[in-house]
Design a protein around this ligand. Structure first.
Ligand code: NAP
Length: 537
């Protein structure tokens, strides 16, 4: 029976980084009646789901967090340069408690559809409940709710245990459960590269199935001692000022010249400095043309290849691990590693090049490739995500006149600023397709502040609905395409172009300008009375 819907001012979908802060802003700053719907049985989003062995963020802890509360920033004690999954989850749980958010969150509540009825949004859950709200805001992240499981024939016949890194089971797959087992890992992106060295330490045997060798940059990870912690906790103003005026949402000092301006000795010294700094700095805090000029990129790629060569002893293994010459470094989202390449010197690790020897099927006892059968007890799919659009399309959203988002985006997504979609009034997509790319908690926090300001403006002025105009959306999409065409990002088959999912429209899913420029554009649009939006009473 169709029960009458519960009424709210706003429904927020997802209780990860985005949903938690959105709830705080709408409920505690604007005084709205808010329901946060979360499919999982706890808060945390990405950091609840991606609990594979070795899962760790590859952005530094002191800036992979919220900036909205100085007190929160100063009281939280990060224990290491790159926070482990369980530490970030603990942080988010702390935020949910500290700001009393749990009373507005409904756990275990999966949204199955959301329809705009001409006036309000009507949201339906898997349990058949209905909620009605003026505003609908998605905080479903870029990746986590849409793991990609390639259609390997026979997977369902496998007698051992299998899982995806992004939907790691709660039981029976802890690291100690993998001890003494024959484990296969398919995929060598960020997730695979993090879990492979950790699993190799305990497994009887590990077989890695690699399609494309990747550049991977050392994390130069370390634990945070008391002095560093004190310094970080007292650098709130400096950290956030730098992060908000940066390229990618974290403090960095890019080199304001071309790779080609420097002598070979100078550029080697700069590359070495950034390599030792560790993490994303090699690709993002670097020469200004590294991601835009193939000749400039080639120098950095050669440097990275030489670094890999220094770390792999077996020449046959090295040949398999070196990224192809035509793959620019940074064209795929950079992978940050700890001990990855040394793993292949272990006697219990095998690397299968599945371009030369493709996977044919999964059998009850392992994986059959064209030339061999690999006996396995456990299979780990580290095969990535139907990124950015996948989490949104799974919500079955339909807008004005019943037009489905999936229909509107059949040829690829289009949005205004990654935040709003023409034809979908009062719907806001935190970090949606078309938004800037970078340190996601920081990007999300900016979106949330911006959305809250817009809703606050509507409350003050008595507007009922707001919607992006088709012209503004077209112009934004053209801006994105123009920036993408200048960069090297489209040259790689990766999730940020949709190329990792068979049949998905290929298009760069982000605005590739600097995060600081994106912020300024959003702020200017707000200052001009929300240019590109139409309001209705
Ligand atoms: P990913 O980067 O998309 O990598 C997927 C891997 O699976 C690639 O090696 C891919 O090979 C392989 N693959 C995909 N389909 C396949 C198929 N049908 N057969 C065989 N191999 C296949 O996914 P991810 O590693 O999960 O990372 C996704 C993103 O999540 C990252 O870029 C990052 O943004 C985020 N992440 C971050 C962290 C962190 O903070 N440290 C950790 C994990 C993930 P090809 O390269 O040939 O496509």
């Amino acid at each position: 029976m169709d029960s009458s819907p519960e009424e709210f001012d706003a429904v927020v979908i997802g209780a990860g980084f985005a949903g938690l802060y959105m709830c705080h802003k709408l409920r505690d700053h604007l005084g709205l009646r808010v329901a946060v719907l979360e499919a999982e049985d706890g808060v945390g989003g990405t950091w609840r789901l991606n609990r594979y062995p070795g899962a760790r963020c590859d952005i530094e802890s002191f800036v992979y967090c919220y900036s909205f509360s100085r007190e929160l920033y100063e009281e939280w004690e990060w224990t290491s340069k790159y926070p482990a999954q369980e530490e970030i989850l603990r942080y988010l749980e702390h935020v949910a408690d500290r700001f009393d958010l749990r009373r507005s969150i409904r756990l275990g509540t999966r949204v199955t559809s959301a329809e705009f009825d001409g006036d309000q949004w009507r949201v339906t859950t898997a349990a058949g409940a209905h909620l009605r709200a003026r505003f609908l805001i998605t905080g479903v992240g870029l990746l986590a709710s849409a793991p990609f499981r390639p259609d390997f024939p026979g997977l369902e016949t496998f007698a051992g245990r299998w899982c995806h890194t992004g939907a790691w089971p709660r039981e029976g797959m802890e690291l100690e459960d993998l001890a003494g087992k024959r484990v296969g890992v398919i995929g060598t992106g960020s997730s695979g590269v993090q879990t492979i060295p950790v699993i190799a330490e305990v497994a009887e045997h590990l077989t890695v199935f690699q399609r494309t060798p990747q550049y991977a940059i050392p994390a130069q990870h370390h634990t945070i001692g008391p002095d560093e912690l004190r310094r970080l906790r007292h650098s709130y103003d400096e950290v956030w000022e730098q992060a908000h005026s940066s390229l990618g949402g974290f403090p960095c000092d890019p080199i304001p010249r071309s790779v080609l301006d420097d002598t070979p000795e100078q550029r080697t010294a700069e590359f070495e400095r950034l390599w030792q700094r560790g993490g994303l700095h090699f690709v993002l805090a670097t020469y200004q043309d590294l991601l835009f000029d193939i000749r400039a990129n080639q120098h950095a790629a050669d440097f990275a290849r030489d670094k890999i060569a220094e770390r792999v002893r077996d020449p046959r293994m090295l040949e398999l691990l070196l990224p192809p010459k035509d793959l620019p470094i940074g064209a795929k989202r950079p992978i940050i590693e700890t001990g990855y390449f040394e793993t292949y010197d272990r006697d219990n690790v095998a690397l299968i090049d599945i371009r030369a020897d493709p996977i044919v099927e999964v059998t009850p006892t392992g994986i059959r490739t064209e030339n061999d059968h690999h006996d396995l007890d456990v299979i780990v799919l580290a095969t990535g995500f139907d990124a950015v659009t996948g989490p949104l399309l799974r919500l079955n959203i339909s807008g004005r006149d019943g037009v489905a988002l999936s229909e509107q985006w059949a040829q690829g997504p289009a949005s205004y600023l990654g935040l709003a979609i023409s034809g979908f009034p009062n719907l806001f997509t935190i970090t949606g397709p078309g938004s800037t790319f970078g340190n996601i908690p920081v990007v999300a926090e900016h979106h949330i502040d911006w959305i809250s300001d817009l809703i606050g403006h509507m409350l003050d002025t008595g507007y009922a609905r707001v919607e992006a105009t088709p012209e503004a959306q077209q112009e934004w999409t053209a801006t994105m395409a123009r920036l993408a065409a200048k960069s090297l990002i489209p040259l790689a088959d990766s999730w940020s172009t949709g190329a990792n999912i068979p049949g998905k429209p290929r298009t760069v899913l982000f605005y590739l300008g600097a995060y600081s420029t994106y912020r300024k554009r959003c702020d200017a649009i707000a200052a001009e009375g929300y240019r590109g939006f139409v309001f209705e009473r």
